[in-house]
Ligand binder design. Structure first.
Ligand SMILES: [Fe+2]
Length: 440
């Protein structure tokens, strides 16, 4: 009788055009041989210093599972989040899941990823039949980009995530999603590695990543100074900490709409470079050709456009409802840590936009069927109608801000002054604010 699992495996392999026999990891001996050759390369932008090579190779040879990369001068402390890649422990099914996912990704990436991204993929041989061995992958990434992998066991706090970025470490998980899964809220190596690694080679994108890390460092240095000056007043300290995390949330939105879900024009066509999109074959097709989402041109070198990103809320539980499109990667070069920080500070005190809205002044490429008018969230809130969390959260934040009183000078930071909140909603909110707690 055939093994039912084996039959399933064959079906998955067939469906994705791969041979089960190709899903065979190299032996430890072969991997070590490749690693040794790779480590000694000097024809690369960032050759590995001889004193770094030996301990790295020795760790691999003695069978120590890969931890955080240690090929440069920086290191990063991950605390309880640190994890190791136990390469030998991956099952056949996990390797097959990787092979199926990257085979699907390959088809959609070839069609919809921008050229720079595709070049990066080839450089790191991401589309292979087995899960990459991080010893080898980390060495190659370092040699080409000076970035390294930092293995973590789960989603880490934003603060630590961006700390890693400031030192050119990219946190990656080590687990692989179940066979046949397309979209996953929680990142796995199908996202962290197969989605992100190629973007490190796009220097403008890698800079945005690093600069978000540096923006985090400025925010936290300032936070620590304020804490010191707070003379152990717990309430004040809690407020200082909350403000720092809030600032990071707004900075994180700029990261989200570029590094994770960014699109770029290439030869007159819209193409993907965001890792969140390209790791999901379904969302890759949807992001370019889907009728549901808005696509809007954005120029991050313009302060008002940067606020458009920082003030747009989103959800992670489904495909995005708005994508922002760069005219070219050069526009990202303007995203210094200082500008990220400045936009985040302003965004905190300005009304938010939902992920479905199109605003006056937006340079619209496509209006999606999920689009909603700016005022709809307020009316739905007042009528107690069902809406997604992004709309609820945004409506409540804005109503609270308007109730506290927003000055026109601040609102003028936007390209165009936002619509007034409808009078009947403002009155209703004033009378019923206690029932409303924004969902997190
Ligand atoms: Fe990501």
């Amino acid at each position: 009788m055939p093994n039912p699992k084996q039959t399933d495996y064959e079906l998955f392999a067939q469906k994705n055009g791969i041979k089960l026999s190709d899903v065979t990891p190299l032996s430890l001996e072969d991997r070590l041989m490749r690693l040794e050759t790779e480590l000694s390369r000097t024809d690369v932008p960032y050759p590995i210093a001889p004193q770094k090579r030996d301990p790295y190779l020795t760790a691999a040879k003695t069978g120590l599972p890969f931890r955080t990369g240690n090929l440069g001068t920086e290191s990063v402390a991950l605390g309880d989040y640190e994890c190791r890649q136990h390469y030998e422990n991956y099952t056949f099914e996990e390797h097959l899941s990787w092979a199926c996912l990257v085979a699907q990704q390959k088809k959609t990436k070839e069609k919809f990823a921008c050229q720079e991204y595709q070049n990066g993929e080839k450089l790191f041989e991401i589309s292979g039949g087995v899960i990459p061995d991080f010893y080898l992958l980390n060495a190659r990434i370092y040699q080409q980009t000076a970035w390294q992998l930092a293995t973590v066991n789960e989603i880490i706090p934003a603060e630590l995530f961006f700390t890693c970025h400031s030192k050119r470490f990219f946190p990656v998980t080590t687990f692989m999603r179940p066979l046949g899964t397309d979209y996953l809220e929680e990142p796995d190596i199908g996202h962290d590695v197969a989605g992100h690694v190629a973007t490190f080679t796009i220097s403008a994108v890698a800079n945005v990543m690093k600069y978000h890390g540096e923006a985090r460092n400025i925010i936290y240095a300032d936070r620590d100074k304020q804490i010191e000056a707070a003379h152990e007043d717990d309430e004040v300290i809690q407020q200082i900490k909350a403000t720092a995390d809030e600032l990071l949330k707004y900075a994180g939105r700029i990261y989200w709409f570029t590094v994770e879900f960014g699109l770029v024009m290439e030869n007159g066509e819209v193409r993907d470079f965001g890792a969140g999109i390209l790791s999901s074959p379904g969302e890759t097709i949807y992001s370019i050709g889907g009728s549901e989402s808005n696509r809007i041109l954005i120029d991050p070198s313009c302060d008002q456009d940067l606020l458009r990103l920082a003030n747009t809320d989103y959800l992670i539980s489904e495909f995005q409802k708005t994508y922002f499109v760069l005219e070219n990667f050069d526009l990202l070069e303007s995203l210094t840590p200082e500008r990220i920080l400045k936009a985040s500070k302003k965004a905190m005190d300005l009304p938010d936009f939902t992920w479905r809205e199109i605003l006056p002044g937006d340079r619209v490429i496509d209006v999606g069927t999920a689009m909603m008018s700016v005022n709809e969230k307020y009316h739905r809130l007042m009528a107690g109608q069902k809406m997604d969390e992004c709309l609820t959260r945004t409506a409540i934040k804005n109503l609270q801000l308007y109730q506290e009183g927003l000055n026109n000078e601040l609102l003028a930071q936007f390209r165009q002054m936002p619509n007034e909140v409808p009078q009947e909603v403002a009155t209703w909110f004033k009378e019923n604010p206690e029932d409303l707690n924004p969902p997190h």
